[in-house]
Write a protein that binds this ligand. Structure first.
Ligand code: PLP
Length: 394
């Protein structure tokens, strides 16, 4: 596999043949479901290898293929597949190698739909699971059974930022022929090179930082050519959760500024955290890149840069005070998701009524006075002033 520098990947990889498109600098959107052949021999060849030929857009499409090359290179992987959502990418990677009777180990606090996939959907097809506190690699080891086929990781997770020692878990799994899958959405491929650490499959919700503009839902799964081909022949083609060429084009555009966005977001987040930590009404800040974080040593060793998603708990008597704080914010949009150009607020505990199944899944996982912020590209002073006026309402 050839190593390219970052700006080559973002600006040129997969787009080298511009003469084919009369020199167009932005790649065309191949808005075509099918691709025609001039000879039977060429069509036969395409049928023989749908992953690397263009025949039908559920399998491969030239615009999507540009993005595929870029994201594989960013992750340091041999190949990648694009999906219509991060959830689809994770589901495809998880189910690809599993059968009835197999056992899966998963981190204790994964993304909510990863939890549902492992606990409910796999269970219906005879795959058992264990959720473990994987901050301690020994707990993964203790949960192994002779039928363990897959370890599902998410480091850091996106509410409490728990991390796993990826190199240690990968070594443990490889020695036993067990596959590993990491949800790397939080750290981005810029800051956490999981394939190099020995992880087999790396998934992202490309909806978040990779696209960065809150206008596309997408996912990507990266791995070796062999593994990606296995996923392609299995869940990718059968479930059909592919990314549209138009959304791939938007993602190619969003991706061009990923390093710039991440640099700005990290700098602003450091300022916001400094403000929150010095504020009397803030109880605790949760952020893996903070020196006070319990796993800070691991994030220093395992990641090379910071993200802009953080949580904090508000010192207050009731959740009504949390609601007053959230309602008072002006420059943070109140919504789900994260990773865009704009700052967001997710009042985690306050929006889940206690009797919903979602909160049952989260029971005991997050404190009721916890809110999550996604820091965007606004001026730090603007965000800090907004947080200050809203904390005054608590
Ligand atoms: C959002 C998210 C997902 C799911 O991605 P979608 O693109 O929304 O399907 C998976 N993992 C993490 C950590 C996420 O934040």
């Amino acid at each position: 596999m050839q190593e390219h520098d970052l700006s080559y990947i973002l600006n040129h990889l997969g787009e080298e043949d511009r003469a084919r498109h009369r020199g167009a600098v932005a790649p065309p959107i191949y808005q075509s479901s099918i691709f025609a052949f001039e000879t039977v021999a060429r069509m036969r060849a395409a049928f023989g290898d749908e992953l690397d030929n263009t025949l039908y857009t559920r399998g491969n499409n030239p615009t999507v293929e540009i993005l595929r090359k870029k994201l594989a290179a960013l992750e340091g992987a041999e190949d990648a597949l694009l999906f219509g959502s991060g959830a689809a990418a994770i589901a495809a990677g998880v189910i690809a190698g599993l059968g009835a009777g197999d056992h899966v180990i998963c981190v204790q606090k994964p993304y909510s739909w990863t939890r549902t996939l492992v606990r409910d959907l796999l269970g219906r097809f005879g795959v058992s699971h264990s959720f473990v506190d994987a901050r301690d690699t020994a707990q993964i080891e203790a949960a192994l059974t002779p039928r363990t086929r897959l370890i599902v990781l998410e480091s850091p997770n996106t509410m409490t930022y728990e991390q796993q020692d990826l190199a240690a878990v990968a070594a443990l799994a490889r020695a036993r022929g067990i596959r590993t899958l990491l949800d790397n959405s939080y750290a981005t491929p810029l800051h956490q090179r999981a394939i190099a650490l020995g992880i087999d499959l790396v998934a992202h919700s490309a909806t978040k930082y990779l696209n960065g503009h809150s206008d596309v839902v997408a996912g990507v799964l990266c791995g070796s050519k062999t593994l990606i081909r296995e996923v392609f022949q299995g869940p990718y083609m059968t479930l059909g959760a592919m990314l549209s060429p138009h959304d791939a084009w938007l993602l190619i555009r969003g991706l061009r500024t990923l390093p710039l966005r991440m640099r700005q977001i990290a700098a602003t987040t450091a300022r916001v955290i400094g403000f929150l930590q010095s504020h009397a009404k803030v109880e605790q800040v949760w952020y893996p890149h903070d020196a006070g974080d319990a796993q800070h040593e691991l994030s220093q060793r395992q990641t090379s840069g910071a993200s802009g998603l953080l949580s904090f708990t508000i010192r207050c008597e009731s959740t009504l005070a949390v609601e007053r704080f959230c309602d008072a914010l002006q420059r943070f949009l109140m919504t789900v998701s994260w990773g865009g150009y704009e700052s967001l607020l997710f009042p985690v505990a306050a929006v889940y009524p206690p009797d919903t199944c979602v909160v049952a899944a989260r029971a005991g996982q997050v404190p009721v006075n916890l809110v999550r912020l996604s820091i965007g590209l606004e001026e730090p002073e603007v965000l800090i002033a907004d947080l200050a006026q809203a904390l005054d309402r608590v």
